[in-house]
Design a protein around this ligand. Structure first.
Ligand SMILES: NC(=O)c1ccc[n+]([C@@H]2O[C@H](COP(=O)([O-])OP(=O)(O)OC[C@H]3O[C@@H](n4cnc5c(N)ncnc54)[C@H](O)[C@@H]3O)[C@@H](O)[C@H]2O)c1
Ligand SMILES: [Zn+2]
Ligand SMILES: [Zn+2]
Length: 360
């Protein structure tokens, strides 16, 4: 099969012919239909985070089940599925106490003694996020997929695999935004736009989108933001305090910068909660004014929208089908696997809400 190989930071991915192993007893081969390009992959290409090489990146996809291992009961060939990096074992302490997205994943990962899932030129190729979606096929554990209704378009479904689940879930699962709340979302790329839409569904009264790119702010307005702040020419903290009359109930950081995490905290009212979604470069620290702790503000992270993806994703699909979650509007460009480096360039240049790589 064709796959995009990651060779290390600051190098383009190359399209190669890669061998895929047979599924183990609880594994599944999914034929990739569409893969979104999320900024988390770009962090590895840019060298902000590091990963084994060679590897196949990509972690936001939907497809059709092709082959199942002998013990798989959850799906059968032909089923439409979304893949999720939050593969869960269902047995560990985190899984058993309501945090399956924080699973230790030991029981659902091949050990070093087992054959690699992918090989290229006789060497093993690392799987990224338990998925590796920049490939024509994916070899995944059955607990990394959710079966979905077949009338759901697979390109829109792909976005749910990471960006939508992360942004929407941060609002409804992690922060539990209440109707009537004031919300500010820092960074309205793919993940931030999903947080805007989650805030709308949750009944937020004010949804303030903050970005430095004019076209992103226009898209955020189209998808539900009630106010926008251009951070390239305004101080977003001051603007949010002015708009809300004292600070937002909830802020979300969907960029991954020290500066904007600190701004998200400072833009809160007393007792407000800042939820950080963006991935900061490895080792980066954030600073808050110690005295402001007296204001009982909360600074928390959100991993993959604190999802229970087999419950959440079918709900997001129903919202989409009802017109309450706009996904087609988030797809700026449809491209091919060969265009993955161009998709990274366009994301960096701020030209796209999301690019989706389409497979036959
Ligand atoms: N926590 C998780 O589980 C999780 C999951 C997925 C993605 N992420 C992370 O979320 C972040 C966003 O991902 P994405 O795919 O939406 O990226 P993206 O590139 O599509 O969006 C980022 C947005 O931030 C804007 N921006 C950049 N600098 C800014 C500034 N100083 N002030 C205001 N806006 C600014 C950009 O214009 C862009 O619109 C990334 O760091 C990604 O790695 C985290
Ligand atoms: Zn992602
Ligand atoms: Zn577990």
């Amino acid at each position: 099969m064709k796959a995009a190989i990651f060779h290390g930071p600051h190098q383009p991915l190359t399209i190669e012919e890669v061998d895929i192993d047979d599924p183990g007893p609880r594994e599944v081969i999914v034929k990739t239909a569409a893969s979104g390009v999320c900024h988390s992959d770009l962090h590895y290409v840019d060298g902000a985070w590091s990963f084994d090489t060679p590897a196949i990146l990509g972690h936001e996809a939907a497809g059709i089940v092709e082959l199942v291992g002998e013990q798989v009961t959850y799906v059968q060939p032909g089923d439409h599925v979304i893949c999720c990096p939050s593969v869960f074992c269902g047995m560990c302490e985190r899984c058993m106490t309501g945090q399956p997205y924080a699973c230790d994943r030991e029981a659902v990962t091949r050990s070093a003694e087992e054959p690699p899932k992918y090989t290229w030129n006789g060497q093993g190729v690392a799987q990224f996020a338990h998925l590796s979606t920049y490939a024509e096929k994916m070899l995944v554990h059955e607990n990394a997929i959710v079966r979905i209704r077949e009338d759901m378009p697979l390109d829109a479904a792909a976005l749910i695999g990471c960006g939508v689940t992360t942004g929407f879930g941060a609002v409804v699962n992690t922060a539990k935004v209440q109707p009537g709340s004031s919300v500010a979302v820092f960074g309205v790329g793919g993940v931030g736009l999903a947080a805007v839409q989650g805030s709308l569904v949750a009944g937020a009264r004010m949804i303030i989108a903050v970005d430095t790119v004019e076209s992103k702010l226009a898209k955020a307005r189209e998808l539900g933001a009630t106010h926008v702040v251009d951070a390239s020419s305004n101080d977003p903290v001051q603007a949010i305090h002015d708009l809300t009359g004292g600070g937002a109930d909830h802020t979300f950081e969907a960029i991954g910068l020290k500066l904007t995490v600190e701004q998200a905290y400072e833009a809160l009212r007393r007792g407000g909660t800042a939820t950080v979604i963006g991935l900061l470069p490895a080792g980066e620290k954030v600073e808050i004014d110690g005295r402001s702790l007296l204001d009982e503000k909360t600074l928390q992270g959100s991993s993959m929208g604190s999802n229970r993806f087999r419950v959440d994703m079918p709900r997001y699909i129903d919202f989409y089908m009802q017109g309450r979650l706009k996904l087609d509007e988030m797809i700026t460009r449809r491209m091919r696997l060969e265009d993955v480096n161009e998709a990274f360039r366009a994301m960096k240049a701020g030209e796209v809400a999301r690019s989706v790589l389409m497979f036959d």
